[in-house]
Design a protein around this ligand. Structure first.
Ligand code: NAI
Length: 285
Protein backbone atom coordinates (compact mmCIF):
# COMPACT_ATOMS: atom_id res chain seq x y z
CA UNK A 1 0.00 0.00 0.00
CA UNK A 2 2.81 2.44 0.82
CA UNK A 3 5.20 2.82 -2.12
CA UNK A 4 8.26 5.08 -2.15
CA UNK A 5 7.73 5.63 -5.89
CA UNK A 6 4.43 7.35 -5.13
CA UNK A 7 6.06 10.07 -3.06
CA UNK A 8 6.93 13.22 -4.97
CA UNK A 9 5.89 16.00 -2.62
CA UNK A 10 6.95 16.15 1.02
CA UNK A 11 5.34 18.45 3.59
CA UNK A 12 7.50 19.57 6.51
CA UNK A 13 5.93 21.23 9.55
CA UNK A 14 8.28 23.51 11.49
CA UNK A 15 11.15 25.47 9.93
CA UNK A 16 13.46 25.35 12.94
CA UNK A 17 16.73 23.48 13.42
CA UNK A 18 15.28 20.11 12.44
CA UNK A 19 12.47 21.03 10.05
CA UNK A 20 14.84 23.15 7.96
CA UNK A 21 17.35 20.29 7.84
CA UNK A 22 14.70 17.75 6.85
CA UNK A 23 13.40 20.07 4.11
CA UNK A 24 16.96 20.51 2.85
CA UNK A 25 17.80 16.79 2.63
CA UNK A 26 14.43 15.98 1.04
CA UNK A 27 14.91 18.69 -1.63
CA UNK A 28 18.50 17.53 -2.16
CA UNK A 29 17.17 14.01 -2.86
CA UNK A 30 14.83 15.45 -5.51
CA UNK A 31 11.52 15.77 -3.64
CA UNK A 32 9.29 18.83 -3.97
CA UNK A 33 9.04 20.28 -0.46
CA UNK A 34 6.49 22.54 1.25
CA UNK A 35 7.57 23.86 4.66
CA UNK A 36 5.00 25.26 7.07
CA UNK A 37 5.72 27.40 10.14
CA UNK A 38 3.60 29.83 12.10
CA UNK A 39 5.28 33.08 10.98
CA UNK A 40 6.81 34.30 7.72
CA UNK A 41 9.86 35.58 9.57
CA UNK A 42 10.59 32.11 10.97
CA UNK A 43 10.29 30.65 7.47
CA UNK A 44 12.71 33.26 6.12
CA UNK A 45 15.22 32.49 8.86
CA UNK A 46 14.82 28.79 8.11
CA UNK A 47 15.51 29.38 4.41
CA UNK A 48 18.61 31.42 5.26
CA UNK A 49 19.98 28.51 7.31
CA UNK A 50 19.22 26.14 4.42
CA UNK A 51 21.01 28.48 1.99
CA UNK A 52 24.15 28.70 4.06
CA UNK A 53 24.18 24.95 4.69
CA UNK A 54 23.79 24.23 0.95
CA UNK A 55 26.57 26.72 0.15
CA UNK A 56 28.92 25.04 2.63
CA UNK A 57 28.13 21.61 1.16
CA UNK A 58 28.68 22.95 -2.39
CA UNK A 59 32.08 24.35 -1.36
CA UNK A 60 33.01 20.84 -0.21
CA UNK A 61 31.75 19.34 -3.49
CA UNK A 62 29.15 17.34 -1.57
CA UNK A 63 26.21 18.24 -3.82
CA UNK A 64 25.39 16.80 -7.23
CA UNK A 65 23.44 19.91 -8.21
CA UNK A 66 23.73 23.64 -7.94
CA UNK A 67 22.37 24.84 -4.53
CA UNK A 68 19.86 27.08 -6.34
CA UNK A 69 18.36 24.07 -8.17
CA UNK A 70 17.82 22.37 -4.82
CA UNK A 71 16.42 25.54 -3.25
CA UNK A 72 13.94 25.89 -6.13
CA UNK A 73 12.25 22.70 -4.92
CA UNK A 74 11.46 24.24 -1.51
CA UNK A 75 8.44 26.50 -0.99
CA UNK A 76 7.26 27.90 2.33
CA UNK A 77 3.87 28.72 3.77
CA UNK A 78 2.09 29.69 6.97
CA UNK A 79 -1.11 28.08 5.68
CA UNK A 80 -1.90 24.47 6.60
CA UNK A 81 -4.02 24.10 3.45
CA UNK A 82 -0.88 24.33 1.32
CA UNK A 83 0.11 20.89 2.61
CA UNK A 84 -2.94 19.35 0.93
CA UNK A 85 -0.94 17.93 -2.00
CA UNK A 86 1.80 16.34 0.11
CA UNK A 87 2.39 12.60 -0.39
CA UNK A 88 4.17 12.33 2.97
CA UNK A 89 4.40 14.76 5.87
CA UNK A 90 7.14 15.09 8.47
CA UNK A 91 6.36 17.08 11.60
CA UNK A 92 9.20 18.89 13.41
CA UNK A 93 7.52 21.47 15.65
CA UNK A 94 8.44 22.19 19.27
CA UNK A 95 8.75 19.21 21.63
CA UNK A 96 5.37 19.66 23.32
CA UNK A 97 2.79 16.88 23.25
CA UNK A 98 -0.25 19.16 23.16
CA UNK A 99 1.18 21.24 20.30
CA UNK A 100 2.07 18.11 18.32
CA UNK A 101 -1.35 16.53 18.91
CA UNK A 102 -3.02 19.69 17.66
CA UNK A 103 -0.80 19.76 14.57
CA UNK A 104 -1.62 16.11 13.78
CA UNK A 105 -5.31 16.67 14.31
CA UNK A 106 -5.23 19.68 11.93
CA UNK A 107 -3.16 17.72 9.41
CA UNK A 108 -5.64 14.88 9.49
CA UNK A 109 -8.24 17.27 8.07
CA UNK A 110 -5.95 18.66 5.38
CA UNK A 111 -3.97 15.83 3.77
CA UNK A 112 -5.49 12.86 1.90
CA UNK A 113 -6.58 10.01 4.14
CA UNK A 114 -3.90 7.60 2.84
CA UNK A 115 -0.98 10.02 3.27
CA UNK A 116 1.58 8.84 5.84
CA UNK A 117 2.51 11.22 8.63
CA UNK A 118 5.82 11.09 10.47
CA UNK A 119 6.91 12.85 13.63
CA UNK A 120 10.48 13.82 14.42
CA UNK A 121 9.83 13.83 18.16
CA UNK A 122 12.88 13.12 20.35
CA UNK A 123 11.05 11.60 23.30
CA UNK A 124 7.27 11.91 23.07
CA UNK A 125 5.04 8.89 22.51
CA UNK A 126 4.31 8.20 18.83
CA UNK A 127 1.18 6.34 19.94
CA UNK A 128 -0.11 9.35 21.83
CA UNK A 129 0.58 11.71 18.92
CA UNK A 130 -1.05 9.24 16.48
CA UNK A 131 -4.19 8.99 18.60
CA UNK A 132 -4.94 12.65 17.83
CA UNK A 133 -5.74 11.51 14.26
CA UNK A 134 -8.31 9.22 12.64
CA UNK A 135 -5.47 7.24 11.06
CA UNK A 136 -3.08 6.05 13.80
CA UNK A 137 -1.85 3.25 11.50
CA UNK A 138 -0.50 5.95 9.15
CA UNK A 139 1.68 7.61 11.81
CA UNK A 140 5.31 6.68 12.40
CA UNK A 141 8.35 8.11 14.19
CA UNK A 142 11.11 9.36 11.89
CA UNK A 143 13.73 10.69 14.25
CA UNK A 144 16.42 12.57 12.35
CA UNK A 145 19.63 13.60 14.08
CA UNK A 146 21.07 17.11 14.31
CA UNK A 147 22.48 18.55 12.05
CA UNK A 148 20.26 16.67 9.60
CA UNK A 149 22.36 17.24 6.44
CA UNK A 150 25.48 15.88 8.15
CA UNK A 151 24.28 13.10 10.46
CA UNK A 152 23.85 9.73 8.81
CA UNK A 153 21.46 8.09 11.24
CA UNK A 154 17.66 8.11 11.38
CA UNK A 155 15.73 6.24 14.07
CA UNK A 156 12.47 4.72 12.84
CA UNK A 157 9.95 4.35 15.67
CA UNK A 158 7.02 1.97 15.64
CA UNK A 159 3.91 3.33 17.36
CA UNK A 160 1.45 0.88 18.90
CA UNK A 161 -0.79 1.02 15.81
CA UNK A 162 1.78 1.82 13.07
CA UNK A 163 1.14 -0.19 9.88
CA UNK A 164 4.14 -2.54 9.28
CA UNK A 165 4.15 -1.46 5.63
CA UNK A 166 4.56 2.14 6.75
CA UNK A 167 7.60 1.11 8.78
CA UNK A 168 9.11 -0.29 5.57
CA UNK A 169 8.31 2.96 3.79
CA UNK A 170 9.88 5.03 6.58
CA UNK A 171 13.13 3.06 6.26
CA UNK A 172 13.04 3.33 2.46
CA UNK A 173 12.34 7.09 2.53
CA UNK A 174 15.17 7.80 4.97
CA UNK A 175 17.53 5.65 2.91
CA UNK A 176 16.50 7.56 -0.20
CA UNK A 177 17.66 10.72 1.62
CA UNK A 178 21.06 9.04 1.98
CA UNK A 179 20.54 7.99 5.60
CA UNK A 180 21.05 4.74 7.47
CA UNK A 181 18.25 3.61 9.76
CA UNK A 182 17.57 1.50 12.82
CA UNK A 183 14.32 0.76 14.56
CA UNK A 184 13.02 1.37 18.06
CA UNK A 185 9.85 0.51 19.89
CA UNK A 186 7.75 3.42 21.15
CA UNK A 187 9.38 3.50 24.61
CA UNK A 188 10.43 6.81 26.20
CA UNK A 189 13.47 8.32 24.48
CA UNK A 190 13.65 5.42 22.03
CA UNK A 191 17.22 4.08 21.77
CA UNK A 192 19.15 7.31 21.34
CA UNK A 193 17.72 9.81 23.80
CA UNK A 194 17.14 7.28 26.53
CA UNK A 195 20.90 6.84 26.67
CA UNK A 196 22.05 10.29 25.51
CA UNK A 197 20.03 12.49 27.90
CA UNK A 198 21.51 11.18 31.17
CA UNK A 199 24.96 11.50 29.60
CA UNK A 200 24.38 15.17 28.68
CA UNK A 201 22.90 15.97 32.10
CA UNK A 202 25.79 14.27 33.89
CA UNK A 203 28.25 16.36 31.85
CA UNK A 204 26.37 19.52 32.87
CA UNK A 205 26.32 18.46 36.54
CA UNK A 206 30.04 17.67 36.44
CA UNK A 207 30.67 21.19 35.15
CA UNK A 208 28.35 22.77 37.73
CA UNK A 209 30.06 20.84 40.53
CA UNK A 210 33.50 22.02 39.39
CA UNK A 211 34.90 18.64 38.34
CA UNK A 212 36.75 20.33 35.45
CA UNK A 213 36.44 23.28 33.08
CA UNK A 214 33.84 22.94 30.32
CA UNK A 215 36.62 22.58 27.77
CA UNK A 216 38.23 19.77 29.77
CA UNK A 217 34.93 17.96 30.29
CA UNK A 218 34.33 18.01 26.54
CA UNK A 219 37.96 17.09 25.73
CA UNK A 220 37.88 14.31 28.31
CA UNK A 221 34.83 12.70 26.78
CA UNK A 222 35.97 13.25 23.18
CA UNK A 223 39.47 11.94 23.66
CA UNK A 224 38.68 9.50 26.43
CA UNK A 225 35.67 7.77 24.91
CA UNK A 226 36.09 8.41 21.21
CA UNK A 227 32.88 10.40 20.64
CA UNK A 228 32.98 13.34 18.20
CA UNK A 229 31.59 15.89 20.68
CA UNK A 230 31.63 16.25 24.46
CA UNK A 231 28.39 16.69 26.44
CA UNK A 232 28.44 20.50 26.80
CA UNK A 233 29.21 21.25 23.16
CA UNK A 234 26.68 18.66 22.04
CA UNK A 235 23.97 20.06 24.35
CA UNK A 236 24.65 23.51 22.84
CA UNK A 237 24.24 22.08 19.37
CA UNK A 238 21.00 20.24 20.14
CA UNK A 239 19.52 23.30 21.92
CA UNK A 240 19.34 23.51 25.72
CA UNK A 241 15.55 23.95 25.64
CA UNK A 242 15.26 20.76 23.60
CA UNK A 243 17.52 18.88 26.05
CA UNK A 244 15.48 20.18 28.98
CA UNK A 245 12.12 19.25 27.43
CA UNK A 246 13.42 15.77 26.55
CA UNK A 247 14.85 15.24 30.04
CA UNK A 248 11.59 16.31 31.68
CA UNK A 249 9.55 13.91 29.54
CA UNK A 250 11.94 11.08 30.36
CA UNK A 251 11.76 11.86 34.07
CA UNK A 252 7.96 11.75 33.98
CA UNK A 253 8.04 8.41 32.19
CA UNK A 254 11.08 6.68 33.67
CA UNK A 255 11.73 8.30 37.05
CA UNK A 256 14.22 10.45 38.86
CA UNK A 257 17.34 9.10 37.20
CA UNK A 258 16.37 11.43 34.34
CA UNK A 259 16.11 14.59 36.48
CA UNK A 260 17.46 17.50 34.40
CA UNK A 261 20.60 19.21 35.72
CA UNK A 262 19.90 22.37 37.72
CA UNK A 263 22.30 24.41 35.57
CA UNK A 264 20.45 23.28 32.42
CA UNK A 265 17.20 24.75 33.76
CA UNK A 266 18.94 27.97 34.79
CA UNK A 267 20.49 28.42 31.33
CA UNK A 268 17.13 27.92 29.61
CA UNK A 269 15.47 30.40 32.01
CA UNK A 270 18.17 32.92 31.08
CA UNK A 271 17.44 32.42 27.36
CA UNK A 272 20.83 30.82 26.73
CA UNK A 273 19.68 28.03 24.42
CA UNK A 274 23.01 27.06 22.82
CA UNK A 275 24.13 27.65 19.26
CA UNK A 276 20.73 28.81 18.02
CA UNK A 277 20.62 31.76 20.46
CA UNK A 278 24.34 32.57 20.21
CA UNK A 279 25.11 31.46 23.77
CA UNK A 280 24.82 28.30 25.81
CA UNK A 281 27.75 26.76 27.62
CA UNK A 282 29.92 28.41 24.94
CA UNK A 283 29.52 31.62 22.94
CA UNK A 284 28.91 31.60 19.16
CA UNK A 285 29.26 34.21 16.43
P1 NAI B 1 13.11 24.55 16.97
O1 NAI B 1 12.66 25.28 18.17
O2 NAI B 1 14.39 24.91 16.32
O3 NAI B 1 11.98 24.62 15.82
C1 NAI B 1 10.62 24.37 16.06
C2 NAI B 1 9.83 25.15 15.03
O4 NAI B 1 8.46 24.72 15.06
C3 NAI B 1 9.81 26.67 15.29
O5 NAI B 1 10.23 27.34 14.13
C4 NAI B 1 8.35 26.96 15.63
O6 NAI B 1 7.91 28.22 15.21
C5 NAI B 1 7.66 25.85 14.84
N1 NAI B 1 6.28 25.59 15.23
C6 NAI B 1 5.73 25.58 16.46
N2 NAI B 1 4.41 25.28 16.37
C7 NAI B 1 4.13 25.11 15.05
C8 NAI B 1 2.95 24.79 14.31
N3 NAI B 1 1.79 24.59 14.94
N4 NAI B 1 3.04 24.67 12.97
C9 NAI B 1 4.22 24.87 12.34
N5 NAI B 1 5.37 25.18 12.99
C10 NAI B 1 5.32 25.29 14.33
O7 NAI B 1 13.08 23.00 17.39
P2 NAI B 1 13.93 21.80 16.75
O8 NAI B 1 15.21 21.66 17.47
O9 NAI B 1 13.91 21.91 15.28
O10 NAI B 1 13.03 20.56 17.22
C11 NAI B 1 11.87 20.17 16.49
C12 NAI B 1 11.52 18.75 16.86
O11 NAI B 1 12.60 17.88 16.52
C13 NAI B 1 11.24 18.53 18.35
O12 NAI B 1 10.24 17.55 18.48
C14 NAI B 1 12.57 18.01 18.86
O13 NAI B 1 12.44 17.24 20.01
C15 NAI B 1 13.01 17.15 17.67
N6 NAI B 1 14.44 16.89 17.55
C16 NAI B 1 15.36 17.88 17.84
C17 NAI B 1 16.71 17.60 17.72
C18 NAI B 1 17.73 18.65 18.02
O14 NAI B 1 18.92 18.30 18.14
N7 NAI B 1 17.37 19.91 18.13
C19 NAI B 1 17.20 16.28 17.30
C20 NAI B 1 16.16 15.36 16.97
C21 NAI B 1 14.83 15.66 17.11
Amino acid sequence: MYELEEIDAVGVIGAGTMGGGIAQVAATAGYEVVVRDVETELLEEGLERIDSSLDRLAERDSLEEDPSAIRDRIVTTTDFEDLADADLVVEAVVEDLEVKREVFSDLDDVVESDVPMATNTSTLSITSIASATDRPAAVVGLHFMNPVPIMEGVEVVRGERTDPELLDLAHAFAEDLGKTTWESEDKPGFVTNRILMPWLNEGIRAYDEGVASKEDIDAGMRLGTNVPMGPLELADQIGLDVVLAASETLREELGDRYTPAYLLKRKVEAGDLGRKSGRGFYEYE
